[in-house]
Design a protein around this ligand. Structure first.
Ligand SMILES: NC(=O)c1ccc[n+]([C@@H]2O[C@H](COP(=O)([O-])OP(=O)(O)OC[C@H]3O[C@@H](n4cnc5c(N)ncnc54)[C@H](O)[C@@H]3O)[C@@H](O)[C@H]2O)c1
Length: 352
């Protein structure tokens, strides 16, 4: 059974808005300056967005940011979310036959579908059939409900893991939308199947955008930033990509974009990351090498893959703000931010 809770904008704010201490307030202000792209929403005609998987790591941060931009957010998830003013929460398990309430999607300008079983569930031994049920059948249910409610814009989270593991030696593989797909596990296959459902949604009169996200969750802050040399993605850059996908008028019914917090390197430099990271950084981003040395952080010797976000930069206006050069500035200024954590407010505090 699906269960709905309404958390009104103004009314809920005294109860649910977290109290900000001075430190958090400073962080919140700095976040404002780092999320200029949220202003895109105020100049668009977007007023209501559904975030499926809105209780999760990315979904909770996105929902928080959208509500700050004045967007009404409908969250659908099987797990409860931290209460946010300006959101509706609907509890619904996409892997079961819980109905998606039609009025949840009615009048929405876009649906952002982030709910999925992923790497952690693979490691925990979830059966393959659960991946197909939640990730594929779940996506089909969300898109069918969107179509029935007249919501024409859908953004679905895919993954750069659909390109496989990267090179073991020699040049790094450069991952862009033309790179050959090499799905390796059930997660990858279900992500590609979801993309196909989204393509169909686009062909039937909608507009589907698949965002192939790099990895945005790591065991330590150092990992979180250093992986940005390969497929690493800052959660705020992921939110930026989603906001740009929501607000950009699509020229094609279906598009896929690679999204990471990549440094602006050319293809030849990206390939050379497979021979040695330090040499490439020394020629274009010497401050990163210096900051890592100062902090005693060891840069990886090489990486086997590098995500090239040129297509998203060109067509969506995506401009990652938290690539490794941003992290290096933080390293020079003081201790780096800690790894973002759930729930949403802590995620947000830690992300700035
Ligand atoms: N975390 C990463 O590094 C990463 C990398 C690439 C792509 N992605 C994709 O981005 C999306 C968001 O990832 P995340 O790290 O925020 O994941 P998450 O696990 O933190 O959030 C996923 C949310 O989906 C919900 N969910 C799971 N099964 C559900 C079901 N049966 N019905 C309804 N809701 C269900 C969960 O309760 C959770 O709140 C996912 O689609 C993931 O595959 C994540």
């Amino acid at each position: 059974m699906s269960k709905r809770t309404r958390i009104p904008h103004g009314e809920g704010s005294t109860t649910h808005e977290p109290t900000l201490d001075d430190q958090t307030r400073t962080r919140a202000i700095s976040l404002e300056s780092q999320t200029k792209w949220l202003e895109l929403l105020s100049t668009s005609n977007i007023s209501r967005v559904i975030v499926v998987g809105g209780s999760g790591r990315l979904g909770s941060l996105l929902s928080h940011l959208l509500t700050r931009a004045g967007i009404e957010v409908g969250i659908l998830d099987s797990a409860p979310c931290e209460a946010l003013p300006g959101t509706n929460f609907t509890q619904c398990d996409l892997g079961r036959s819980d109905p998606i309430p039609p009025d949840l999607l009615a009048g929405a300008d876009a649906v952002v579908h982030l709910a999925a079983l992923h790497g952690a569930h693979l490691l925990a031994g979830y059966p393959r059939r659960d991946f197909w049920k939640v990730n594929v059948r779940g996506t089909e249910r969300v898109l069918t409900a969107a179509r029935a409610a007249g919501v024409s814009r859908a953004i679905v989270a895919s993954s750069t893991s659909v390109y496989g593991s990267g090179s073991a030696q020699g040049p790094a593989y450069v991952l862009n939308e033309e790179t050959a797909l090499q799905p390796e596990d059930v997660y990858d296959f279900t992500k590609l199947a979801s993309e196909e459902l989204l393509r169909k949604f686009g062909e039937q009169g909608g507009s589907g955008v698949a965002l192939r996200f790099g990895r945005f969750f790591f065991p330590s802050h150092l990992d979180y930033h250093l992986r940005k040399l390969s497929t690493g993605l800052d959660a705020l850059d992921a939110c930026q990509a989603i906001v740009r996908a929501i607000t950009t008028r699509a020229s094609d019914p279906f598009s896929a974009y690679c999204i990471a917090s990549d440094l602006p390197l050319d293809v030849e430099q990206r390939e050379r990351l497979g021979h040695g990271v330090a040499a490439v950084l020394a020629e274009s981003f010497p401050q990163v090498v210096k900051a890592a040395e100062l902090r005693g952080y060891e840069l990886p010797t090489r990486v086997g893959k590098s995500v090239d976000t040129s297509k998203a930069r060109t067509l969506l206006g995506y401009a990652p703000e938290r690539a490794l050069d941003w992290a290096a500035e933080m390293w020079l200024e003081g201790e780096p931010p800690t790894r973002p954590r759930l729930p949403a407010q802590r995620w947000l505090d830690a992300a700035v």
